[in-house]
Design a protein around this ligand. Structure first.
Ligand code: ATP
Ligand code: MG
Length: 247
């Protein structure tokens, strides 16, 4: 479904992604693991096309030069340089790390705002889907998003991504800052989203909660691919154990 070949992303002369290749097959949950500054967010921004917006903005104001090299193919077509909204239309949707939501609007209004591309009857359907995955969001649907906890905002961010009917959902560090219980809930929700036919690529800094849930994973460091394998292979890998499980 998604093929990344020899991807390089530079900020000025600094290399954030270095010759990275990876694949996501339809129906999979694939993880990208890496510590701080490994390049997780840069990868997600590049796959979702946000980097194209960033690049344009920087070019306009004569700021830092952002360069993207290599190839991203989605369902057989090259998408490396196409606009983010065009990718959303094709089903590639990013739930961002610490996503800016609309704090003065309610949970439900935020979900509606996220679905501007969709028709009215589809909005209802999308909302039912989100409430089915995250029943807690239904309970707090009237609450102002700004008054929601970190975990609730994270659910809302993913819910907003789901409102655009993704076929490939990109999640950047969804577990960040969540309690172990909420992490478990979110992992459960992730599996349920996949069951509904959505393919998932998820980044994470901490492997422990994520590894058991993924089909395959890639470990990156300083933008370079270090290791890849099935979730089980990675869990049993001595380097991964040492780096992420402290054994
Ligand atoms: N806009 C930018 N300008 C310059 N350098 C950047 C920019 N964004 C990211 N970088 C650099 O690219 C590298 C990768 O950063 P990135 O944010 O992708 O890592 P990350 O894995 O998401 O880290 P974190 O765990 O902190 O979220 C880092 O060295 C970072 O300093
Ligand atoms: Mg990041």
């Amino acid at each position: 479904m998604l093929e990344v070949k020899n991807l390089m992303v530079f900020f000025e002369n600094a290399l954030a992604i270095n010759d990275l290749s990876l694949e996501v097959h339809q129906g999979e949950i694939v993880g990208v693991l890496g510590s701080n500054s490994a390049g997780k967010t840069t990868l997600m921004n590049t796959l979702s096309g946000l980097i194209i917006d960033m690049k344009k903005k920087e070019d306009r104001r004569g700021g830092e030069r952002i360069t993207v090299l290599g190839e991203i193919r989605y369902e057989g077509q090259e998408i490396t340089l196409i606009e983010p909204y065009e990718r959303v239309k094709r089903g590639i949707v990013l739930s961002r790390e610490r996503h800016p939501i609309f704090p003065d609007s309610s949970v439900e209004e935020n979900l509606k705002i996220a679905s501007v591309l969709r028709k009215d009857q589809e909005i209802r359907k999308g909302m039912d889907f989100v409430y089915q995955i995250f029943s807690h969001l239904k309970e707090i649907r009237k609450r102002k998003a700004g008054f929601c906890s970190g975990g609730e905002q994270q659910m809302l961010s993913i819910g907003m991504a789901l409102m655009t009917k993704p076929r490939l959902l990109l999640m950047d560090e969804p577990l960040l800052g969540l309690s172990p219980i909420l992490q478990k809930d979110l992992i459960r929700a992730t599996k349920q989203i996949r069951k509904e036919g959505v393919t998932i690529l998820v980044t994470e800094q901490f492997a422990r909660p994520l590894l058991p849930a993924i089909d395959r994973g890639y470990v990156i460091e300083n933008g370079v691919l270090i290791l890849f394998g099935t979730g089980r292979e990675l869990m049993e890998n001595p380097e991964v154990k040492a780096a992420y499980f402290g054994v």
